[in-house]
Design a protein around this ligand. Sequence first.
Ligand code: ASP
Ligand code: MG
Length: 432
Amino acid sequence: MIVMKFGGTSVGSAGSIRSVIDVIRQAANSGKNPFVVVSAVSGVTDMLLAAARSALSKGSSVNGLVGGIERRHADIILGLGIAPDILLEDLAELEKMLYGIWLVREITARTTDYVASFGERMSSRIVAAYAKKCGLNAKEFNAYDLGMITDSNFGNAEILPSTYEAIAAAVEKIPSGTIPIVTGFVGKTKEGEITTLGRGGSDYTASIFGAALGAEEIQIWTDADGVMTADPKLVPGASTVPVVSFEEASELAYFGAKILHPKTILPAMNKNIPVRVLNTFNPSGSGTVILKSGRITNERPITAIACKKNIYVINISSLRMLLAYGFLSRVFRIFEDFEVPVDIITTSEVNVSVTVEKKFDISKLVDKLKEFAAVTVLSDRASISVIGNGIRSTPGIVGRLFSTLGKSGINVEMTSQSYADVNESIVVREDR
Ligand code: ASP
Ligand code: MG
């Protein structure tokens, strides 16, 4: 069995859904037993979240809020020639939900997830309907009806330890020969409330199902030719990397390569299942395969470079802390209390600098730090991460990196590389 996940652009038009079905058919014909996970049609999750927000602020009625969402799907349904009414119930339920928000003038994380879930619920219905029209034995499923149980951290829910077993038990009941078309991104709490796994979370869904079902391979079908040496928009000469280790892939995902949701790697890695990143729009390309590092022999010490804009650099210093212990623990306890994750850390005796993504609100955290330290926040910086299994073992790599930057007159403001690292990250001014 293989898990095949198709992203938003892959299901974003009638034409691309036709390519998706070709890809699934080929897998089925070669005896691979595809288990399919889909994202929402591209743009739809944003539209749903926007609709929920405007239901809250809209004056006299909620009429018309689902219009754009309905049209986005109707174009695809029309293009595929499938039954025009397959989304009627979903759209009616969505409208009711928005009406509820409008009526009570309140939107919670829980209702937001409920609204957001319609994207994948509708796309899975469309893909399954078209697959059936093409003669495949496909059937749509909500992931939560196949054991995807999560905690109640709405908006960024996490699976429970029992989820893997629940999935295996539920999928066992599907008649063999069926090709399941399953919603990415969504789950349900034990109490039956809909949750989402965080933006871009369909990759994670695919990896969880893959691990639970002991898949041979987890395929992430997207709109790029796999993991690239750098962002091709920034570096026109960037090329596809054929093989990447799990460690490299998670560093890349975390430090700015937009190809995979950062959480995707873990379930696959725990079960040692290869993850292959492929292009729906160039299906004959070989893409990138992500494997355990022991199985890789890359000649190049550096695999890829990623970059993260929209970060804060927070500098924390306290002379009082000279030779005192407990400074770091006090600093990081505050990040823990405010639930703000730190990306890069550098330290000296009296100074700690960290980077944090701008999506986190750090104002209260900074106030708290100021109670015992001098704090400055820089908001015009970016991090660049050079990633490769060879970094730790190849002498001179870091020297070359710094001399190259030096020759270009680019000042390196922070740098971090730990002993066992496959990642050398630096911070520079974003405009450089
Ligand atoms: N539809 C969700 C999003 O846009 C999940 C995903 O596409 O992976 O974030
Ligand atoms: Mg995605």
